[in-house]
Design a protein around this ligand. Structure first.
Ligand SMILES: [Zn+2]
Ligand SMILES: [Zn+2]
Length: 165
């Protein structure tokens, strides 16, 4: 009988590596529909910006207001920086500050990283992007994404507990 450690490593391999591979393929073919991830992230940068800064108005909010004052950030600055460069030049009058508070952020400062591909994304990031940018697709497959998330969390929990290693 295979020992628990071996079974755990097999399960870990399936949950992390295989599922990540399948999700990447799904992203490339269905979500991106043969567009590059770079162009996809540039088109949806307004949505992605407000996952990072939900309470800060931006210059694209004139067309579609996405500010949600009391919502917590879904993405950290580090996660945003893994997808975008954040130090572009704001357009004149677009970046406004009151005291030390940014009252409007200019999205010209944000640009998707050149040559970024789904190989650069982990499972959490892929699910976050699909949920935010392709909500209809996400809702259709929500059960499956939920299963991936809970199984992965359960495994991570066992790993930190040391119960399966
Ligand atoms: Zn906005
Ligand atoms: Zn702007």
């Amino acid at each position: 009988m295979a020992d628990e450690g071996l079974l755990y490593r097999r399960l870990w391999f399936f949950c992390y590596v295989k599922v990540a591979c399948m999700l990447r393929l799904f992203m490339d073919v269905i979500v991106l529909n043969n567009a590059t991830l770079e162009s996809f992230l540039n088109i949806d940068k307004h949505i992605m910006f407000h996952l990072w800064k939900p309470a800060v108005r931006c210059c694209w909010c004139n067309k579609q207001y996405l500010v949600r004052p009391h919502t917590r950030s879904v993405l950290t600055e580090q996660q945003m920086k893994s997808l975008y460069t954040l130090n572009g030049i704001p357009r004149p009058g677009h970046h406004t500050v009151y005291g030390t508070v940014i009252t409007q952020f200019c999205l010209s400062q944000i640009k998707a990283k050149s040559f970024i591909t789904t190989d650069n994304l982990d499972i959490t990031m892929m699910i976050t992007i699909i949920r935010a940018c392709s909500p209809n697709l996400f809702n259709t497959l929500q059960q499956h994404f939920e299963l991936i998330r809970t199984q992965r969390n359960e495994l991570a929990h066992c790993e930190t507990n040391g119960t399966m290693c």
